[in-house]
Ligand binder design. Structure first.
Ligand SMILES: NC(=O)c1ccc[n+]([C@@H]2O[C@H](COP(=O)([O-])OP(=O)(O)OC[C@H]3O[C@@H](n4cnc5c(N)ncnc54)[C@H](OP(=O)(O)O)[C@@H]3O)[C@@H](O)[C@H]2O)c1
Length: 284
């Protein structure tokens, strides 16, 4: 199976390519340097020439705060870029996985969101990712939409790396303790995506590692597992103002995964343990 993976220079795309290669699949990863998805002509030419059986679309404008100030670029990448890839996939009948986000929900309450719950995107980033979902659903037949949250992986920047960096100079940190969600380890998610793309169990799925926590809980666990003596003080969202609004409830139910015969990912604590080992191996 030949698979085009966008976002190869980012966190998730990198691990998807690595995982596919382990399965002997013919993987083709792209970054902005070799395929700018906002360029329709370039996308058409690339996809027609490569003629993949499937596209796993991980590329996105992911800077949620910056999105509020650079709306044009955010729209261009997340909506137009997705449209270009979706149209190119349709032309050759390729399967499609679109990676989406918990930001398609309003993020209120305490109940985990299911795939059939009402969407109400939060912030401009959330809006553009939701528009991307609509493009996929309205254009294609053979599609998966996979909504994920709080991503961390070896290739790129994320909350874990930020906490480890701060631990070098700080012994106390204020971290938001009233936003709830689940971290998603790209190494684990990549296995699921490679499994999924080889099926015809199309539709919307929620995926993350198992268990829920707050950012403060996540930070505490990072310091505990990496033996860093940093005290975490949980603070409220209001005490840590950001340009883009953050969802207070990013909990997503993963029941549908299991119902459709896919495996749930391991707990976020176990995933973190594996990740820290992976980081150390890279450093040592
Ligand atoms: N990060 C999170 O916490 C999070 C949470 C929920 C959902 N998601 C979704 O998960 C997916 C993967 O996120 P990630 O964290 O792996 O992303 P990431 O590390 O920020 O990487 C983004 C990727 O998109 C590429 N890209 C940006 N603009 C492009 C363009 N014009 N043409 C081609 N490629 C372009 C980047 O390429 P360059 O490196 O060349 O710029 C990079 O490879 C995204 O769809 C994101 O919306 C992420």
């Amino acid at each position: 199976m030949k698979i085009l993976v966008t976002g190869y220079t980012g966190q998730l795309g990198y691990d998807v390519v690595e995982e596919g290669l382990k399965h002997g699949l013919d993987m083709h990863g792209t970054g902005r340097n070799n395929l700018d998805i906002t360029n329709e002509k370039e996308v058409n030419q690339y996809v027609e020439t490569l003629y993949p059986d499937a596209i796993i679309h991980c590329a996105a404008f992911t800077a949620v705060d910056k999105a509020e100030d650079d709306k044009d670029t955010c729209w261009d990448v997340n909506v137009n870029g997705t449209k270009h890839l979706v149209n190119a996939a349709k032309a050759i009948g390729a399967k499609f996985i679109y990676i989406s986000t918990d930001y398609v929900f309003e993020g209120k309450g305490i109940v985990p969101y299911s795939e059939i719950d009402q969407t109400d995107p939060i912030g401009y980033y959330g809006l553009t990712k939701f528009e991307g979902e609509k493009v996929v659903q309205e254009t294609l037949d053979n599609w998966f939409i996979v909504r994920i949250s709080w991503v961390f992986g070896i290739n790129g920047n994320n909350f874990v790396k930020t906490m480890l960096r701060l631990a070098e100079t700080r012994d106390e940190l204020n971290v938001v303790g009233d936003q709830y969600g689940s971290p998603t380890y790209t190494f684990d998610l990549a296995k699921l995506l490679i499994d999924m793309i080889q099926t015809q169990k199309y539709g919307v799925y929620h995926v993350s590692n198992e268990g829920y926590c707050t950012w403060a809980d996540f930070a505490k666990e990072i310091f505990k597992q990496s033996n860093k003596m940093v005290t975490v003080h949980p603070i409220t969202t209001e005490e840590y103002p950001t340009r883009a609004v953050r969802p207070k409830n990013s909990r997503m139910s993963k029941d549908k995964l299991e119902d459709n015969g896919f495996s749930r990912l391991r707990s976020w604590e176990d995933a973190l343990q594996h990740y820290l080992k992976q980081l150390n191996e890279e450093v040592n």
